[in-house]
Ligand binder design. Structure first.
Ligand code: GLY
Length: 397
């Protein structure tokens, strides 16, 4: 979501005029620009971190630096590149495969990984220059960090400044194409198991990830920063434990869709207890269902998307049990839903098992026609088994 800084006070004024009591902020951009601070000044209660706290996502350097300062486990060796003349030397001298991350916000599309997005120093250096010249992620440059091999997982929590209430683990699929190939996207789909865990994440590593997030909130508190809202941790499960890939200051998209459908407790209660700083008094209940979410995107999404194409949505879709349909980036033109260049519709299937949930989701997709693409493999037993055997292979190395 793109939004100008000047719009923040306009939005806050509108909310005041409309007598809004509580604001729940979804996307990162307004949080990073300080919408929470503006609203709180007007006496509006906000579920979402303030400007200082949102730096956890707004600056990749801030997050790494905080973890380093407080010696928090799971940090990855990193270096900040703030001058163009340092690009070449820093990249050529880095030991081992590395990842390049623009410091500011890029909607999940700015990270480039050795072996996946580039395979030579020259390509990496070229991207380094592009970040500065194209102001990718703002004008602050980028960080280089070690590439960590494993399986990614998402751990999200509601945070009231001190207490954290954790939600079920989710796995997202950032790559465009089946088999985890192609460009990075905002996220093509995600799944969660009914027990809230993932079969390739060891229990002690799950607990470590929980501890890392708790220590991060503690560290922020020591810095005089009160974090209120959702904290999203993207982790890499590895044989030696989980490593923090990045923090977001909001629900994941699509992971938030899995999460919100897994919660039995009224979400508004979670919001109120978070704002009041008493999450420790709320026992959040879950539905114990498995969930699979798949995004339908326009053909060419992420590379050269065809936009403004009509989607035929057959009415039968609304009769499918355990299916939810979330319109994302679409326009209604003369009563017909049209695509844009971004993710169009998320379908969420629930079931007792992942297999059941995946089938529900797939059934829904069959009722949508148009110039679309989606990943068929998300939530399938085949892909999940591949994840499990990938981790087994790494653990036995
Ligand atoms: N699913 C990745 C993100 O929300 O940034």
């Amino acid at each position: 979501m793109q939004i100008e800084e000047s719009k923040i006070s306009e939005i806050a004024d509108d909310m005041e005029k409309n007598d809004i009591d509580i604001a729940i902020i979804g996307p990162e951009m307004p949080l990073v620009l300080g919408i929470t601070d503006e609203l709180e000044k007007k006496g509006i209660e906000v579920f979402g971190p303030n400007k200082k706290a949102a730096q956890i996502e707004g600056s990749k350097f801030f997050a790494r630096n905080l973890m380093a300062k407080y010696n928090i486990k799971g940090n990855i060796p990193y270096k900040k590149i703030e001058k163009k003349e340092d690009i070449e030397g820093a990249l050529r001298n880095w030991k081992g495969p590395f990842v390049i991350k623009p410091i500011g916000l890029t909607s999940g599309k700015g990270v480039k990984v050795w072996g996946d997005h580039f395979t030579t120093y020259n390509e990496a250096i070229k991207y380094g220059y592009e970040i500065f010249d194209g102001r990718i992620g703002g004008s602050e440059g980028f960080i280089i960090e070690n590439k960590v091999e494993g399986e990614e997982f998402t751990l999200q929590a509601a945070v009231d400044g001190k207490n954290l209430s954790f939600f079920p683990l989710v796995q997202d699929h950032k790559r465009l194409l089946e088999g985890d190939r192609g460009v990075n996207t905002g996220g093509m789909g995600s799944y969660s198991f009914s027990d809230g865990k993932l079969p390739f994440v060891k229990e002690n590593h799950y607990k470590e990830a929980v501890e890392i997030m708790k220590e991060t909130i503690n560290a922020l508190e020591k810095e005089g920063i009160k974090y209120k809202g959702i904290l999203y941790g993207s982790f890499m499960e590895t044989p030696t434990g989980p490593f923090l890939i990045e923090y977001n200051c909001r629900f994941g998209d699509p992971e938030g869709i899995n999460t919100l459908n897994s919660i039995k407790t009224d979400f508004i209660d979670i919001v109120k207890y978070t704002i009041q700083g008493k999450l420790n008094e709320l026992n959040i209940q879950f539905n114990n269902v498995s969930t699979v979410c798949k995004y339908i995107v326009p053909k060419g999404y992420g590379v050269n998307p065809v936009s403004n194409k009509p989607l035929q949505i057959d009415e039968e879709i609304y009769k499918i049990s355990n299916l939810k349909i979330y319109m994302a980036s679409v326009n209604e033109i003369n009563g017909v839903i049209h695509t844009t260049t971004s993710r169009a519709i998320a379908l969420l299937g629930t079931g007792n098992t992942i297999d059941e949930a995946e089938k529900v989701c797939q059934k829904g997709i069959e009722h949508i026609k148009g110039e679309i693409y989606y990943r068929k493999d998300i939530g399938t037993t085949e892909l999940i088994n591949k994840r499990i055997s990938h981790m087994e292979k790494l653990n036995n190395k």
